[in-house]
Design a protein around this ligand. Structure first.
Ligand code: UDP
Length: 242
């Protein structure tokens, strides 16, 4: 594997489910968090990448889709944002146990457990070699962590957004490969086609934001060990959307 990186500063978006264990059925699986933490440490130390991570909360609570929930939407979304904080702390703990400094920057103020998100501070942490973990999305209801990741990427002038999938789908297909054997994967696709074909890459708000701000996105399977390193060392896995 080459030790040259494709992009220097990136935002890695992972769903909360990426931290879960398919075998253990735990919302946060210790072995899985360890593995992801290890890969993040390696891209920091071996490739000299400045990684910022936006972690979702769907393994614990997702605002829109908890079956039977009658919780008011804004409250439900607040619960989802708090779920992301739990995941962020789990990831921080695992990364720091490996000796890599991290900072959790939360969009909802909770000074006892995380720093508040301040754009310049995020950039400073990255410049100093710390891994930044964004928690609580963008701190507003009706948004997702996909859109929050795109926003943060633009704010910190990241060169790319890496969207790690957890469902076994390893990129963007013309139809859902889980239901259609004949589905064809795109190695690369442009944002216009993603929008016009209504392809499920990320939520549309995130897609149009990346398009407007010329932020390339790589959709790849983050559950496959080694893939975070592969994407950043220039191997063409997943789908590049630009
Ligand atoms: N959320 C929100 N505003 C944000 C980010 C997240 O309200 O800026 C809430 C929303 O309810 C969402 C939940 O937090 O469903 C968890 O985030 P997401 O669904 O993006 O997590 P993932 O599916 O990536 O695990």
């Amino acid at each position: 594997m080459s030790n040259r990186t494709r992009w220097k500063r990136v935002v890695l978006k992972m769903s909360g489910e990426a931290l879960g264990g398919s075998a253990s059925h735990q919302a946060i699986d210790a072995a899985e968090v360890e593995r992801i933490a290890d890969e993040i440490c390696r891209v920091r130390s071996e490739l000299d990448v400045e990684p910022a991570v936006m972690i979702g909360g769907g393994n614990i609570w997702r605002g829109t889709s908890v079956a039977g929930s009658k919780v008011e939407r804004a409250t439900s979304d607040a619960m989802g944002m708090l779920a992301t904080v739990i995941n962020a702390l789990a990831l921080q703990d695992a990364i720091e146990r490996k000796g890599q400094a991290t900072r959790v920057l939360s969009a909802i103020q909770m000074a006892e457990v995380a720093e508040p998100y301040i754009r310049r501070r995020a950039i400073r942490h990255l410049e100093k070699g710390r891994v930044v973990i964004f928690a609580a999305g963008m701190g507003r209801p009706y948004f997702t962590t996909d859109t929050s990741a795109a926003l943060r990427a633009a704010e910190i002038e990241a060169e790319a957004l890496l969207k790690g999938t957890h469902s076994g789908v390893d990129g963007v297909y013309d139809m859902d490969p889980r239901n259609h054997e004949e589905a064809v994967k795109f190695d690369a696709i442009n944002f216009m086609d993603v929008v016009s074909k209504d392809l499920r890459v990320m939520d549309m708000t995130a897609v149009t934001f990346c398009k407007d701000n010329k932020l390339p996105v790589v959709v790849f399977n983050v559950k496959e060990p080694g893939n975070i390193l592969r994407v950043l060392s220039g191997q063409e896995i997943g789908t590049l959307v630009k």
